[in-house]
Design a protein around this ligand. Structure first.
Ligand SMILES: Nc1ncnc2c1ncn2[C@@H]1O[C@H](COP(=O)(O)OP(=O)(O)OP(=O)(O)O)[C@@H](O)[C@H]1O
Length: 596
């Protein structure tokens, strides 16, 4: 209950924030409904006036009827239109808030948190309901006001009519039971629902499309999606069936009560204990009673479902606030003097039992280039994620010039980073902006964008586009579509936008580029980083190409969850161990095959 009240407060304060006038005007709708419901009373006055030939009663009845109905309907109509506009505005405000929270949570560990994933999935599924929840709240208020009006009129006929309210009580109780069934079913169906959504999204995914066709996966994905969808719907169907049966039993009992009440008033009127108008009033109310008394119950029980969705927004807000509290608050340094130290770092992903890194100690001096090598799954990208503050070490610390990275404000730290990731984003903006978003203050700074494009070796690519940097990219916008390698060049340009990063991550930034392009790129990059060395710029390079890696100041070979080897190229080659073996294997693969 307290949770629902908090959700109501959230809806009302959000509505007030987005549109004060319409929020205030929302009261007109229930008022209009009350006036319209009073029509029964004016009808009764009119009927008694006619039967008793009392002109003043007839006049009061007619005037009340016309004024009440016309004014009531107008207010009801205008109020409901404002309510719909307000609901849309509230839905939009929640959409923006949810998207902002999801995109700005300090790290990525929440993606591994099953509670977060399930709640977010429920929130995503019910997101359209958020606007409707304000609607439902307004309808609940309107229906309660309507019910009170009908109740007062009924008691006016005879206090015994209150018995009808008692007959509505089972509806309140069953409403609670139905809500519990729905809630349990929703939670049970969230995981298969997420799976079905993921499988469905594969069908639209361009990158997955090739493999789906080559491996003939469409039918299998369709079958699995169907199974997941049935698993998702089964608990919901079960809950709906049970709730339907319960509602039928409840409505039957209530209908019998209404018939008895009408018969009782009829008996009183025939016995001369009530005015003739009461017959009309009771007949009128007997049509309204079901809706007026059941409507609040139904709208309040329906409200429960939508309030749960609003409650999840509150949960997300609290989750984000708690995550912000856990984050450090110190500003990131302007320059690096000492460097970055991994101090006995162990790490496993949240919710996973397997260690990815175990007791890793490592020093990355300021102004140096570090290359991470190792087999697939050795933990290279994980080191990058830890350094970017996307996750915290499970054990140990990462020190930035002696300060624990966990104590730095994540936003401030990330402003001092730049990165090109192997899973780069394809921002479908103009080519210039696709690069420019790497440094928002210079988003439309043509000179800075051109400089970054040049350093990424993408000048020819951008020049060849129909409108140069102003060319819209992305097939979904009727723009130009690029090859994976071309997208990657622009992603690299994005990484080179920030003028003065402290750490630059290049996580297989050239995996989709040919060897010659990569070579030229790193030559240009090395020349450009000499300026960065003065402020202590650390470059972390992840690559499987040893021709690129060999130029790094320090090469770290990861494997078996630890640092297997560490040193410069010559030193590691001389040691003749892991690095030398990997280097030799790759060099061999470039040799021409011996003639048979
Ligand atoms: N989000 C995650 N949750 C759980 N385990 C993960 C997650 N991301 C990566 N892993 C696991 O952590 C290990 C290291 O992954 P990581 O991506 O760091 O390897 P990598 O060395 O960069 O590999 P590659 O060369 O293939 O890119 C792998 O065993 C991987 O399965």
């Amino acid at each position: 209950m307290a949770e629902h009240l908090r959700a109501v407060a959230l809806l009302v304060t959000t509505a007030w924030r987005v549109d004060r006038w319409r929020t205030a005007a929302a009261v007109l709708e229930p008022l209009g409904n009350v006036l319209a419901l009073l029509a029964g009373l004016w009808l009764a006055v009119l009927t008694t006036g006619v039967v008793q030939q009392d002109t003043s009663s007839v006049v009061v009845g007619v005037v009340g009827l016309v004024a009440g109905v016309v004014l009531g309907w107008q207010l009801d109509l205008a109020g409901s239109q404002w309510r719909l506009v307000l609901s849309e505005k509230v839905a939009h405000a929640f959409d923006v808030e949810i998207a902002t929270i999801c995109a700005t949570l300090p790290g990525l560990d929440h993606h591994e948190n099953p509670e977060y994933r399930d709640k977010l999935e429920l929130l995503r599924q019910g997101q359209g309901m958020l606007g409707r929840s304000l609607n439902a709240l307004a309808m609940a208020v309107k229906s309660v006001c309507g019910a009170l009006t009908v109740l007062v009129l009924l008691v006016g006929v005879h206090p015994g009519m209150v018995a009808l309210v008692l007959l509505a009580l089972p509806a309140v109780l069953t409403g609670g039971i139905q809500q519990r069934w729905h809630r349990r079913a929703e939670e049970e169906s969230a995981e298969p629902g997420r799976l079905a959504a993921h499988l469905r999204s594969l069908a639209y995914d361009r990158d997955a499309g090739m493999e789906i066709r080559v491996f003939g996966l469409a039918d299998e994905i369709g079958r699995r999606c169907g199974r997941a969808w049935s698993d998702h719907r089964r608990p919901l169907h079960r809950a709906e069936r049970r709730a339907g049966l319960l509602a039928a039993a409840r409505d039957l009992g209530y209908a019998a009560g209404v018939v008895a009440a009408v018969a009782f008033v009829l008996w009183r009127v025939l016995g001369g204990h009530a005015p003739a108008g009461d017959v009309v009033l009771v007949i009128y109310l007997s049509q309204q009673v079901q809706t007026a008394l059941l409507w609040p119950v139904l709208s309040i029980s329906g409200l429960g479902q939508t309030l749960r969705t609003a409650g999840r927004v509150r949960w997300l807000r609290d989750y984000a606030a708690a995550a912000a509290v856990r984050s450090g608050g110190l500003p990131a340094p302007e320059r690096l003097t000492g460097g970055i130290v991994f101090d006995d770092v162990s790490f496993r992903y949240p919710g996973s039992d397997s260690w990815v890194l175990r007791h890793v100690s490592l020093t990355i001096p300021a102004g140096s280039v570090l290359a991470l090598v190792g087999e697939n799954g050795a933990g290279k990208t994980t080191v990058v994620k830890l350094l970017a503050g996307m996750y915290r070490p499970t054990e140990g610390r990462i020190l930035v010039d002696g300060v624990d990275l966990a104590d730095l404000d994540p936003t401030s730290w990330r402003r001092r980073l730049s990165a090109a990731f192997q899973d780069f984003a394809r921002f479908e903006f103009t080519a210039g902006r696709t690069v420019g978003v790497g440094d928002l203050p210079h988003l439309d700074d043509d000179r800075e964008v051109a400089r970054a494009v040049d350093r990424a070796g993408a000048t020819d690519l951008v020049r060849a586009l129909p409108r140069g940097a102003a060319t819209q990219l992305g097939a979904s916008w009727d723009g130009v579509d690029l090859s994976t390698g071309q997208w990657q060049k622009l992603a690299l340009g994005r990484a080179l936008m920030r003028a003065e990063p402290l750490v630059l991550f290049l996580d297989e930034p050239t995996a989709s580029l040919d060897a010659a392009t990569e070579h030229g790129l790193f030559e240009r990059y090395a020349a450009a980083t000499s300026a960065g060395a003065a402020r202590g710029l650390v470059t972390v390079l992840v690559s499987h190409r040893f021709s690129t890696v060999r130029a790094a100041d320090q090469i770290v070979v990861l494997g078996d969850q630890r640092v297997l080897e560490c040193g410069g190229h010559d030193e590691l080659m001389a040691a003749g161990d892991h690095y030398a073996a990997m280097y030799a294997t790759q060099a061999d693969s470039y040799q021409p095959a011996p003639r048979p």
